[in-house]
Design a protein around this ligand. Structure first.
Ligand code: ADP
Ligand code: MG
Length: 312
């Protein structure tokens, strides 16, 4: 893996790097643990824990604030997928994708942390419930997500975990996609990636073919975008969460929610309801994202154009 290789090479070139070093500012992508001053926790998901630090090599409180992602303790044996997540983020460069800053290695490279830019307003899940966002700002955020996703798809990556919790807010006018933990590369000429994973999958954001056949494609990201758009329009109100709304569609006396039950709902053409102040054109757009046939769903490119037209 390139990231680790570079860190190791650097160590070989500067064997006394760890205890006391004066030269290392050479590589701006290498962060040294002892200059990282912890400020507070930012959040955690299934795999990682993200913490705010100040990186202060001058030790005078002038350093910049950075977000540091580490694998949760139970995952700390550093599996391949964690290295892949770092490599993928490092290779991306777009205004609507969280910016990679570097890595910090500990214990001789056995533990690797990902350093990225800090987005002060947290995820859409943190941000939306606290504000009274108007519909036009909602649609602007939606369009920015589409722009980031269109770029990601142009690099032949499927995200597989697009959701409000994984969209970060820079300010009232800018959002960025974060968390590439489930992202997969789709080789040229292929149309989907087949994954078998147990538990912990974000099933309420999954397209029907992901639930039934574990097939992930550019079109299944479109379905997840539809759910993310639904979350934005409900301002991430927990009572209206996808999970709660799907649960309301079943008879609790006869069924308990699980993947089979969810598949049955979707096969009956049941979908998440139209949020309260959602314009009719946006409702149609959302439903288009949830077409049973993946080929019927729009691309991010066409979503950008449609959102642009609706916002005008
Ligand atoms: P996981 O892979 O475990 O889901 P995420 O990368 O989604 O981890 O991060 C977990 C949470 O941490 C996010 O939902 C968000 O609230 C917060 N977070 C992540 N990255 C940043 C960042 N760069 N700036 C601010 N908050 C962040
Ligand atoms: Mg996440």
């Amino acid at each position: 893996h390139t990231v680790l290789r570079e860190l190791i090479d650097l160590k070989i070139k500067n064997p006394d790097m760890s205890p006391s070093e004066t030269l290392p500012d050479a590589d701006p992508n290498v962060f040294h643990k002892r200059h990282l001053k912890e400020i507070r926790d930012l959040g955690e998901g299934h795999f990682g824990k993200v913490t705010l630090y100040q990186y202060d090599p001058a030790n005078d409180g002038t350093g910049e604030r950075v977000a540091v992602k580490a694998l949760k303790q139970e995952n700390s044996f550093m599996p391949d997928c964690w290295m892949k997540e770092i490599e993928i983020l490092r290779s991306l460069d777009h205004i609507n994708i969280v910016k990679y800053k570097g890595c910090c290695a500990e214990l001789g490279g056995q533990v690797l942390q990902l350093i990225m830019e800090f987005l002060p307003l947290g995820s859409l899940r943190d941000y939306l419930p606290k504000r009274k966002l108007g519909i036009s700002q909602c649609l602007m955020f939606a369009q920015q997500i589409c722009q980031g996703m269109d770029y990601l798809h142009s690099m032949r990556y499927v995200h597989r975990d697009l959701a409000a919790r994984n969209v970060l807010v820079e300010n009232d006018g800018l959002v960025k996609i974060g968390d590439f933990g489930l992202t997969k590369y789709i080789p040229e000429g292929e149309i989907y990636y087949r994954v078998r994973e147990d538990g912990d999958s974000p099933v309420f954001w999954y397209a029907i073919e992901c639930l039934k056949e574990s097939k992930f494609s550019f079109s299944s990201d479109i379905w997840s975008f539809g759910v993310t758009l639904y979350e934005i329009l409900t301002r991430c109100d927990q009572r209206q969460s996808p999970q709660n709304k799907y649960a309301e569609m079943i008879d609790p006396n006869h069924e308990q929610m699980n993947v089979m039950v969810l598949i049955k709902l979707l096969e009956k053409q049941l979908r998440l309801p139209c949020p309260k102040d959602c314009p009719h054109e946006v409702k149609l757009l959302m439903e288009n994202c949830w077409a049973t046939d993946p080929k019927q769903r729009p691309s991010f490119q066409s979503l950008i154009e449609k959102l642009e037209a609706i916002r005008r």
